[in-house]
Ligand binder design. Structure first.
Ligand code: SAH
Length: 382
């Protein structure tokens, strides 16, 4: 059994070997110490409580052909959909009324002018309908710096773009020829320069992925001064080229590894926001609650209309397929209470790390980051 020392848990700077040894923690007591330490670090350094971001998965139309993803362009079994503007605004209004504080808008990747304009228009209207009070995270893939700037100006202030793996070779193995790892890293830079709170993350348990690579992923987050992390287990989708279940890795061990990634990321990065992602729940019914107990502080309840849920299956066994937004909320709130955590309503719950890196540490969870955009101005006009 690998033992875990208190002095290692309390360090502030970690080498890749030290991170590896934390990720390899085994045994009930050691694992409990790791998770307890992560929660202690969370309680001292990150936003208090659990913040919800209602996620709208507004379209499964995708230009990209990532080998692992159920909505990849070449998957002809998928019926493609695009929610209408009114449907998106209705979901946003529901989220606002439910007091979630923030929205995530996610979709397959499109770079055409029609889509870019559509998102910009939606952002402005969501801001208007909530009098500026809904915080908005985008997760719409690789775009030009100009597009990121347009969407920022229209009201989005956080952006999630997973690097998927920080190992360039593994990245090439899970993407079609010609997809550039360097361009994806560059996009994280454009987002940061534009003024977004920048989120990234990886898939855990990819075929051939090693613990050393996962440890390097955590150092990648640190080196790139990332504000928010969204990561979860890799789960095969039956109609992709990567439909094989990874050998030598049970669902249980993969789930445990995903929790350890959350805990160790918390211990190393400290003040960032970390999501307990839906993919955790695909492996265990209370997966997201266990993610909170391992150091996560964000949950993204699905607020997409149930008629579109089956169309947005990035992986098999995606949970909450037939739960409407109400039921999804009730189940989550009960589970979170059970886990001994509290949901914070009506706040953006921004990453403390973002304010620290911009020298605005004194701002205590402002509802708006008017210093970096015109959002406050628009709120006043509402
Ligand atoms: N178009 C956006 C959003 C993509 S889907 C973008 O490119 O950023 C969001 C995330 O789902 C991806 O970044 C990937 O990490 C995850 N994902 C896709 N397929 C998956 C699978 N089979 N198992 C687990 N996660 C998957």
């Amino acid at each position: 059994m690998t033992s875990i020392s208190d002095s290692l848990l309390q360090k502030t700077d970690f080498t890749v070997e030290e991170i590896c040894s934390l990720l390899k923690t085994t045994g009930e007591d050691n694992t409990a110490s790791l998770f307890n330490r992560a929660c202690m670090v969370k309680n001292t350094n990150a936003r208090q409580g659990v913040h919800f971001r209602g996620i709208i998965e507004l379209s499964n139309i995708c230009e990209r052909d990532c080998l692992y993803c159920g909505i990849r362009r070449s998957n002809l079994d998928v019926t493609r959909f695009q929610m209408t503007k009114q449907q998106i605004l209705d979901a946003a209004l529901w989220t606002h009324k439910a007091g979630y504080g923030s929205l995530v808008i996610q979709a397959g990747e499109r770079r055409d002018a029609g889509f870019i304009d559509f998102i910009e228009e939606i952002l402005r209207e969501i801001k208007q309908l909530s009098c500026g009070s809904l915080g908005i995270t985008l997760s719409l893939g690789e775009q030009s710096k100009d597009v990121y700037a347009r969407w920022f100006e229209a009201g989005a202030h956080r952006y999630l773009l997973r690097i998927e793996t920080s190992d360039p070779l593994l990245y090439r193995q899970i993407h079609p020829l010609g997809y550039s790892f360097e361009e994806r890293v560059a996009c994280l830079g454009y987002l940061r320069e534009t003024g977004y709170q920048v989120g990234t993350g990886v898939m855990i348990g990819l075929p051939g992925q090693t613990v050393a690579q996962l440890a390097s992923d955590i150092l990648f987050f640190k080196k790139n001064d990332i504000d928010m992390i969204g990561m979860g287990p890799y789960i095969p989708h039956h109609s992709t080229p990567m439909s094989q279940k990874p050998a030598n890795c049970t669902e249980n061990s993969q789930f445990e590894l995903a929790l350890k990634m959350i805990a160790v990321t918390r211990i190393v990065l400290k003040d960032v926001n970390i999501a307990a992602t839906t993919a955790l729940q695909a492996l265990k019914s209370d997966g997201r609650e266990l993610g909170l107990k391992a150091g996560a502080n964000i949950i993204m309840p699905n607020v997409t209309g149930t008629e579109y849920r089956t169309g947005y299956q990035l992986y098999d066994n995606k949970p909450c397929m037939d739960e409407n937004s109400e039921v999804c909320r009730e189940n989550l709130v009960a589970g979170i209470k059970n886990a001994g955590e509290t949901v914070i309503y009506g706040k953006w719950g921004d990453s403390k790390h973002f304010f620290k890196r911009r020298g605005m540490e004194s701002l205590n969870d402002p509802i708006s980051i008017n210093e970096v955009s015109g959002q406050e101005r628009r709120r006043e006009q509402c």
